[in-house]
Design a protein around this ligand. Sequence first.
Ligand code: NDP
Length: 286
Amino acid sequence: MAAQLIDGKALAQQVRDRLAQESADLLTKKGIVPGLATILVGDDPASHVYVKNKQKACEMAGIYVDDHKLPATTSQADLLALIEKKNADPKIHGILVQLPLPKHIDSKMILEAVSPFKDADGFHPYNFGRLVEGHPVFEACTPKGVIKMIESAGVTIEGKRAVVVGRSNIVGKPLALMLLQRNATVTICHSKTKDLPAVCREADLLLVAIGKAKFVTADMVREGAVVIDVGTNKTPEGKLCGDVDFEPVKQKAGWISPVPGGVGPMTIAMLLENTVESAKRSAGLK
Ligand code: NDP
């Protein structure tokens, strides 16, 4: 029997509707409008599209957007000064610095300059450390979205064998930690993993974030497994596709998320959720 679909787009819409209500309540009860500063440096067309989509989603959820588009020639010092200003601005509850930054700017230093208490992307080492400790505050948006997708399917994470393919600091590693926190037994795979198909076949939950089109084939998937595809790749025809070979894997998995319409919309929804949660914390409501 074909897998059931985990519809990230529909789930993201539910989250956004709830956040719109929470923002309205925050305004009524505390006079606070959640605020997200978006900082984009340079002319990368894809980054402009991503930021525009995030801003539109914010506005629909009642989140104030403080938009900063800076030229590619912006100095590191000027960018740091802007971040400091936003760190100190009480109207701002989250700060998003769109990556990639131009080569002359040290991205790590910039991300560490964002206040850990306004780190809506969850990339600051403080928040990563809190996750390692098992006491997360801001959680990285993409893995947080993946967890919500698994939970939305009514699948229990506790006790499951989870295999995370990919170990980046923004997806694979934090996702593995979030699964561990929920009592899954977690294996992290990467490009040096021996016999990856055999490890993947052990997974009740198979989470894939490597950036290689249709890499995970049906023979790598256990019958009935939950398969979440984080990858965003282009086919030779220019169509968006994931890291999972969707159609054949769908025939074997129990649950599967599509690309597009899977993790992508949830990543944006989690950025909004992190911003609203931060605004609530600032109002003493969390
Ligand atoms: P990175 O390039 O930072 O990391 C890729 C990871 O995949 C690495 O750990 C790498 O291993 C591993 N890997 C690469 N090739 C293989 C292989 N053949 N076998 C096993 N492991 C392999 O990518 P990201 O984590 O940033 O992103 C992964 C994908 O997810 C991309 O397609 C990206 O576009 C997408 N993405 C989607 C988001 C969304 O919102 N939908 C958000 C963020 C990312 P090693 O460490 O050994 O090099």
